[in-house]
Design a protein around this ligand. Structure first.
Ligand code: AMP
Length: 395
């Protein structure tokens, strides 16, 4: 089905063509008609599926027909967990709205209020924000919600994980009763369902996440290695495989800085990307990485949430992510929207249970490979599928 059959107007079709998209992705095919009708929607979809256009395009279409920009009054509200995602979604809105008069802006914490307030005064149709800053500016009467027609909760599971439930409930309570609700989440876990039940009536539900948990365009494999050999292994693999670019995930900020230093000693330049670095530096690193100027970026899971790098070929889980859903999120960084990708995890003996949980979540084992010279002294046992952690095992 081509985009032209979805009922979008010419300025949006032109922007889609300019972006080089041939046809809607499955989530777009399903979500756009529902959202265009004005219905509520709960969608299980990960990043990388094209979900952003899945909600942005119908929002823009519905706003195109009406007019009037009013000071401090926004017409669509997109709430996201992190500032990186806020910036990224705002960039997408601007891209898709480039042939329209519609205006958007992104709000997030850790920066000056003044430019954000000024943008709201000048008028915004579509506002993207992290929950905390939005509530903050609402409290300061810098933004009003009575004209909001559509609310999007993007990466809802992540927002709940990050403890934003109270802020989200506050936002929902302040919106008009007849607002259209669109909820996107990588997984429809119980807390997400509870949020959906309490906040959204009569929603249509679509799900394309489950299968893309192990998207076939991502080659996943793991290397068993002793914990203390991981940095040497990474340096060896970088030299051996000569990846064009790699995003390397690590557990802690401290670990990220240390690994960058260890690689540097081996003559490899990598930058650490985490919440301990200031916003400007992070924005620059992201820009450099997106443009291919930076080849290796070491990121903490939270720091890297929302990074959208088109066609990133390689993701390395230097530390195995926890919980299992986080693994799925991360490998969603690669092989996005039909591009081929590779996700490689380093697994040591103490990661064994975590590995079993990830493989159980995926529903299949991850191929194991050993790298010559790095055979672990502490062997990683054979995986158990359908693994149940001990404390939850039935009596
Ligand atoms: P998202 O899941 O929204 O983060 O999108 C993932 C990536 O897919 C982004 O880089 C989009 O620009 C790209 N994308 C979105 N829709 C399409 C499409 N229909 N065809 C090709 N690429 C797309």
């Amino acid at each position: 089905m081509p985009f032209s059959n979805l009922g979008l107007s010419k300025p949006l079709i032109d922007a889609i063509a300019a972006a080089g998209y041939d046809k809607p992705t499955p989530i777009q095919q399903q979500a756009i008609p529902i959202a265009l009708k004005g219905d509520n929607l709960i969608a299980a979809a990960q990043t990388g599926t094209g979900k952003t256009a899945g909600f942005v395009l119908p929002i823009l279409e519905r706003l195109l027909t009406a007019t009037t920009l009013k000071k401090k009054r926004v017409r669509a509200l997109i709430v996201v967990p992190t500032r990186e995602l806020a910036i990224q979604v705002d960039e997408k809105i601007k891209q898709y709205a480039q042939f329209t008069e519609l205006k958007s802006t992104a709000l997030y914490g850790g920066v000056d209020y003044a430019p954000q307030k000024q943008a709201l005064i000048e008028g915004v149709d579509v506002l993207v924000s992290t929950p905390g800053r939005l509530i903050d500016l609402y409290g300061q009467k810098a933004v009003y919600f009575e004209e909001v027609e559509t609310l999007v909760l993007d990466e809802a599971d992540r927002m709940l994980d990050m403890g934003f439930i109270e802020d989200i409930n506050k936002i929902i309570a302040r919106l008009p009763d007849d607002v259209q609700n669109l909820l996107f989440s990588a997984t429809l876990s119980n807390p997400v369902r509870e949020l959906a039940r309490s906040a959204i009536d009569d929603a249509q539900e679509i799900s394309i996440a489950k299968h893309s948990a192990s998207k076939s365009n991502i080659e996943q494999w793991l290397v068993t290695v002793d914990k203390d050999k991981k940095s040497a292994l990474l340096a060896h693999m970088i030299n051996e495989y000569k990846w064009e670019q790699a995003l390397i995930f690590i557990e802690t900020k401290h670990g990220a800085a240390k690994l960058a230093a260890q690689l540097e000693k081996r003559g490899i330049y990598a930058e650490a990307f985490h919440s301990g670095r200031n916003q400007k530096v992070r924005a620059q690193l992201l820009e450099d990485f997106k443009r291919g100027k930076l080849q290796y970026m070491i990121a903490t899971g939270v720091g890297a949430r929302g990074i959208d790098i088109h066609e990133l070929p390689t993701v390395i889980n230097y530390d195995l992510p926890y919980p299992a859903d986080e693994y799925v999120h991360r490998i969603g960084r690669t092989g996005r929207a039909d591009a081929k990708g590779e996700a490689i995890s380093f697994v040591s003996k103490d990661n064994f249970k975590n590995l079993c949980m990830i493989e159980s979540r995926l529903g299949h084992l991850i191929e194991r490979r050993e790298i010559e010279g790095f055979t672990p002294r502490k062997e990683v046992p054979i995986s158990v599928l359908n693994y149940v952690p001990k404390h939850r095992r039935p009596e």
